[in-house]
Design a protein around this ligand. Structure first.
Ligand code: GUN
Ligand code: FE
Length: 455
């Protein structure tokens, strides 16, 4: 298949590349095999060849291609309470709203209803890959992986482990460290099996909820399982003052080093939030290749903090991506999270003009640019997961969203493409996402109700 259109993609955290009226040649396997620009000799011949084969799609003049978004941290069951229950601090929120809700996912039918709706919503919002926390229930967690597989989304899914009999409520926890590990290993095997028949990939993820919910035994066993199967790991790390202090009191060190002692800080680890990382923690992440999932909307509620993204990216070169943290964050849209990432970083910065007022607030050099926030939602997420996604480049997977600019304030034909890019990022609404493709397959078409995913 060949798609002709204008596209935007990160080259690195600072720079965005514009592909103007380019041809994207997509292989049977859903990979970008070649990108041809209009000044190349084969341009016209390629259009003709693929038109005659009925394998050519040309975008309208007001449509643009962006890489699909990668949601690096999302709690699938919490979709049922998204946009509500944002009035309590983390510990009380978990016990009052979140654990009772997640406990209901012992009912697989209820789980199926919520998960099915969520995956469809995420796809419509341009999210082509998601790293999910499910619940402690193996069966319902497997349903989430199956739903991703069926709907064509790339899903990385974790059965959550919370086995500490004191910290977790009786109605919602693993029965023991041993059961938690047995169930996790079974889950890993089931998802690895499912992955064999899923072209876009579904992957099992080792998922200790966070240190306070796990015993030393389960943490140790989970580290061993991650090594045995060579799979991804996810957890919450130094999110709030409460969680951070809890770990300090239990282990006399920060989350990062405590998790590292259990073999949970690896090249395949993604740690959510990280609002309270020390310099040593950041160095450890950089050394190990562990990634940070930045959840800027959620951090305004439960972290009461702004994760120092500029330092992670620029001072320590830590792999970093973007997460919605549904329902700690209320929005399933990574467009919304891109906007919040920029705004929060600017609030962390010392915003005052020192020559004018003299008063210094915040931390110099904290602001990130729109390009950097876009990078987090796309290429940064791909690097964090060590998958060839999030960029438009040869040998990357064709995971894209096609957005139209009909509703944007564009009143001149002379707008530079990078200006249009900014308007897209700040102003696009989900209704303007016309199509979403994952692994070379169209999985959402706004003008068709429900697309059957072939194969
Ligand atoms: N820490 C432990 N569990 C959770 C959760 O579900 N959401 C958030 N934001 N933080 C957590
Ligand atoms: Fe979270």
């Amino acid at each position: 298949l060949v798609v002709k259109g204008t596209a935007f993609s990160s080259i690195d955290s600072k720079n965005v590349k514009v592909f103007e009226n380019s041809l994207f040649c997509i292989s049977e396997a859903g990979m970008i095999a070649k990108i041809i620009s209009p000044d190349q000799e084969e341009y016209e011949a390629t259009i003709q060849e693929y038109t005659s084969k009925n394998k050519f799609q040309e975008l309208a003049h007001d449509q643009y291609i962006l890489p699909g978004f990668i949601d690096l941290h999302i709690h699938a069951p919490q979709w049922a309470q998204a946009g509500t229950a944002l009035d309590l601090p983390l510990y009380e929120w978990l016990n009052t709203y979140t654990f009772p809700l997640e406990a209901k996912f012992s009912d697989v039918q209820f789980a199926e209803q919520v998960y099915s709706d969520l995956v469809s919503q995420l796809i419509k919002n341009g999210t082509t890959t998601a790293l999910y926390f499910a619940t402690v229930h193996r069966e319902a967690s497997l349903r989430l992986a199956e739903i991703c597989s069926e709907k064509g989304q790339r899903g990385l899914v974790g059965k959550v482990v919370m086995d500490d009999q004191e910290q977790n409520p009786e109605y919602y926890r693993d029965a023991s460290a041993t059961t938690a590990l047995v169930e996790t290993e079974l889950f890993i095997q089931e998802v690895l099996e499912l992955n064999k028949q899923t072209p876009q990939g579904v992957y099992p993820v080792v998922t200790p909820r966070f240190i306070p919910s796990c015993t030393d035994d389960s943490l140790k066993g989970l580290g061993a399982l991650a090594t045995k199967y060579d799979i991804h790991i996810q957890s919450h790390c130094s999110e709030s003052d409460w969680a951070h202090t809890f770990v300090q009191e239990r282990f006399g060190k920060n989350d990062a080093y405590a998790l590292n002692d259990f073999g949970l800080i690896t090249e395949k680890s993604v740690m959510a939030h990280c609002g309270f990382l020390s310099d040593d923690d950041m160095k450890l992440f950089a050394e190990k290749g562990t990634a940070v999932a930045h959840c800027p909307i959620s951090n305004a509620y439960f972290g009461n903090a702004v994760t120092p993204i500029a330092r992670l990216l620029n001072d320590y070169q830590v792999e970093t991506g973007l997460g919605s943290d549904i329902s700690g964050g209320f929005s399933p849209s990574l467009f919304d999270n891109i906007r919040q990432a920029v705004m929060s970083s600017r609030m962390l910065n010392d915003g005052v003009d020192k020559d004018c007022c003299g008063e210094k607030r915040g931390v110099s050099g904290s602001s990130i640019t729109l390009n950097e926030a876009f990078y987090l939602a796309t290429a940064g997420g791909g690097e964090s997961l060590s998958l060839p996604i999030g960029k438009l480049a040869v040998d990357y997977i064709w995971d894209v969203q096609i957005v139209n600019t009909k509703e944007l304030p564009l009143f001149s034909d002379e707008e530079p493409l990078l200006t249009i890019f900014q308007k897209i990022l700040y102003l696009t609404r989900p209704e303007s996402i016309d199509e979403v493709w994952i692994q070379g397959k169209k999985v959402h078409d706004k003008n068709k109700k429900e697309l059957e995913v072939q194969e």
